[in-house]
Design a binder for this molecule. Sequence first.
Ligand code: PLP
Length: 637
Amino acid sequence: MKNNKTGPWSPEDSAALYGIRDWGAGFFDVNQKGEVVVKVPDVKGESTVSLMEIVAGLEKRGHVMPLLLRIENLLDMSLSRLNETFRRAIAEREYQGEYRGVFPIKVNQQCHVIEELTACGARYGHGFEAGSKAELMIALAHLQTDGLLILNGSKDREFIELGLWADKLGCRCFFVIESPNELPLLVERSRALGIRPLIGARVKVSARVGGLWTETSGDRSSFGLSTAQLIELVDTLRQEEMLDCLQLLHCHLGSQIPSLADIRAGVGEACRFYAGLVAEGAPMGYLDLGGGLAVDYMGVQTVHVHSRNYSLADYCETIVETVAMTLDPLGIAHPHLVTESGRATVAYSSLLLFNVLDVMRYQPVSLPRQLDDPAPEPLQRLFEMYQHPAHLDPEDFHVEAMACRDRVRELFRTGEVGLRQRSQAENLFLAVAGTLIAHLPAGKELSSGLAALKLSLSDIYYGNFSVFQSLPDTWAIDQVFPVMPLHRHTERPDREASFSDLTCDCDGKLDRFFVQGREQDTLPVHALQDGEEYLLGVFLMGAYQETLGDLHNLFGDTHVASVRINADGDFDVMKEINGDTIGEVLEMVEYRADQLFEIFRERAEQGVRSGRISVRERQLMVEEYAASLRGYTYYER
Ligand code: PLP
């Protein structure tokens, strides 16, 4: 990578600067025309398409920026890679169980994504994980018979009954017990419907993992049973003569786990819990290790929170190896391995494309040839620095230049300096600071003062997007995504910019980037050209971003009540608004409630035809499904 600031520039230089070959997982690159391309394997080997061509094609069809681009092939490829890599690791280790992956619907619930994953997942028996009633309704309409369905989260009566019906229709539906209070209702409803449930126990492992989600593991994590509660669960199941239902151990260490050693430690501990349950007499058979497979957003293969120090093959081999090594000496049969990889399955498939509407530049508007008398001393000093920049040492002079500018601002506030002189001081400061920054030696680590000065002089590009709508994690949890221009990679990107979005909110910005494998506050960009759109992409954002914000897990608006307190200490209810129904939130993520109902009705009908259920049971489950579509998205007692 060239670090001199002049000379020719090639797409290779851009590829190295933005790290596209490091975070792109082989899916993205830059072509000789200087455009970002997406690469997908096909029968002939590989197809490569420029994102600019895709944009042009979409524009001809009437679509304008900003645009969320989903590349279906990348969903298929990610899902296939995950399954194939586990299969290889299993075959190589002569592991006795199978890999039975599930997709956690909360990571991307959009109808088209789920449909694509369903179609591609059919080859591998890839199932779903649902954490809410609305997600369960999606799974019920899409999951194939004999597909694995993992039910996490708080489960009310409706949730449990729908899950039991799914079981009856032939899905392997596991109710994962996360809290001791969940069991009585499950026992009661399964007895009432005469269906023996498959039960999983979610445990808290004490091994802590690094990364942004360390709190998901450890004693204080909100989810899962403590060891004491696990034993209580076993005892209750035995008393209820239902210990044979306990067949799955669940543990989710956290999302985006950067270190393979942490994964190995967590899996090892989970295996000890598994072995303990076998010793207690539970039949077991499934080990669900939750999510956590990280995405290398930075492309540096380290334990940085936005990276990972392992490959997909390392991940799969470590899990297979650790489980076999822990259970073999105990003579315990290898369980089927379940993972709930969400991020790694969908991150690559979506990118946000946006154009730049305007730019704010921090450079002088005009500069004085000479100063009018009398000029205050700090203004004169700025003028001198501007006239004789050659011998200015950046380290000393940037402090002095800033002090002079600030002094002029003070004099302006006290009325000793007028508008024009303040304007001259601001322009001169920008000229001096710009010269100092331009002459810094390339590639040298900057002092904090100079780094702050450099940042204060960078451009602000006004992007046509909303952080809150499209990239909520950048605002909420400081997630950093790879960002780069889609074109002009035959030209040197010689401006540095951060991005402000269209919202009138100071948090509506993109100001953390990966450049040459390092995190920094500005992105190298090209100067805008008159009459030409400047287009950028935010990559690897298919996980969590599309519905996170106010629809996480598809919990919709709550009911609203407005009351007015009266002088007599009583109150009147002035307004009542019903919260979203499950059908309504599903429509927000592009499903049609009537179509979902129809798919489920047809599935139930098939259940009757195949003799799995009676006509009466069909009627009950279809009514329950319809009622759930009209029901509240939250837990109902
Ligand atoms: N399973 C559970 C229970 C989760 O809470 C999560 C996310 O936090 C996932 C799976 C998905 O994790 P990831 O996106 O890291 O694969």
